[in-house]
Design a binder for this molecule. Sequence first.
Ligand SMILES: N[C@@H](CCC(=O)N[C@@H](CS)C(=O)NCC(=O)O)C(=O)O
Length: 118
Amino acid sequence: MFIIRWILGRIILLLNVVFAPKKRHRPLAEQQKIDAQTQSLTLYQYPACPFCVKVRRAMRRQGLNIQTLDAKKSPHKDELMAQGGKQQVPCLRIEASDEVQWLYESKDIIRYLDQRFA
Ligand SMILES: N[C@@H](CCC(=O)N[C@@H](CS)C(=O)NCC(=O)O)C(=O)O
């Protein structure tokens, strides 16, 4: 079972590279403004998870430079469980001035990014 999942994961990663979406390019000043905003965002994810790939592709399409953390590794795995509430990826950590929100579900994450940065 592990080997099948591993092979499927490699295929997903390969297809993701071969069919990489076009990265959005903005004027420098505009991109710097967006980069400042995305500093408060972190994506907890697994490299070969199809739902995470979907979110990373959406980020690329939008030209969003969001930090990604591998949630299989410590301490990210423990942070996700302890603060997010469940061991599920992708999960977007959204830090605002006075609170932190942990947003699960690839569809909801993509909708959030599209609405905020479109
Ligand atoms: N409906 C969720 C599905 C996410 C999902 O199933 N993620 C898997 C990885 S591909 C997961 O986190 N499984 C729990 C685990 O690996 O511990 C979404 O669209 O984000």
